[in-house]
Design a protein around this ligand. Sequence first.
Ligand code: PEP
Ligand code: MN
Length: 266
Amino acid sequence: MIMRNLYEKQYPGHVSTFSVGSVQFGTDFVHIAGPCAVECEQELQKLAQQLEPDIFRGGVFKARTSPYSFTGLGEKGLTYLEQVGQQRQKPILVEFLTPEQIDLYSSRVDMIQIGARNMYNYPLLQKAAQSNKPVLLKRHFSATLDEFLNAAEYILAEGNDNVLLCERGIRTFETRYRNCLDLSGVTVLKQITHLPVLVDPSHAAGDSSIVVKLALAAVCAGADGLVIEVHPNPIESLSDAPQAITPIQFRFLRKKVEKLLGFLNL
Ligand code: PEP
Ligand code: MN
């Protein structure tokens, strides 16, 4: 008997669908947006009001390359995000770095993010799966598509079907931008798996001036949604400042995406 992986499409056109708040992944094109890191309560409230994304994101436990960089507000940041989510009736997406954080805080979020650095952390994937919350899994910057899909399989194998893949750029020899957004990978993933595939052009670009173009290219490649880092004053952002776009740019991006989707009729 041939063992099929749970991530594989079972029939042509098979796409899994599930709802978070008022959006349905796999059916609707979903816009997830918010700051790289939650920094301040008032600023977060203002940002949420200006953005009106489908799902509001914000890092409160940040996995930074340097231990001396801002590593997030922790539980306090989660409380701010939770309040904003409740006030604006928006689901919230938060990254967790450890099984303990999932135990302590997963009940307070609508979706869990597993960041690129933790894609290979199998016990963490299993723990995230057991929370029964939808899991957004980011591709490690050195992962092949098969490694990425097998990481998703760890979540599916725990009985949690609500998994989203997120392409956020991989490392190549190129140094002129932060990461290479693997849109070939997005098209191939869409052929292999029924899991919705999102694209995060912000971490690929590392430069706000190309985020909108990459986002539009991702739409053409068949992405099911976008994850965008937005900051009211990007220059002052405590993490990932160069890639953050402003709320005005986000609204422009969203309009363009909607126009493009209409044109492509996807
Ligand atoms: C993030 O989404 O803020 C983040 C840290 O992304 P990645 O794990 O893709 O680097
Ligand atoms: Mn970031």
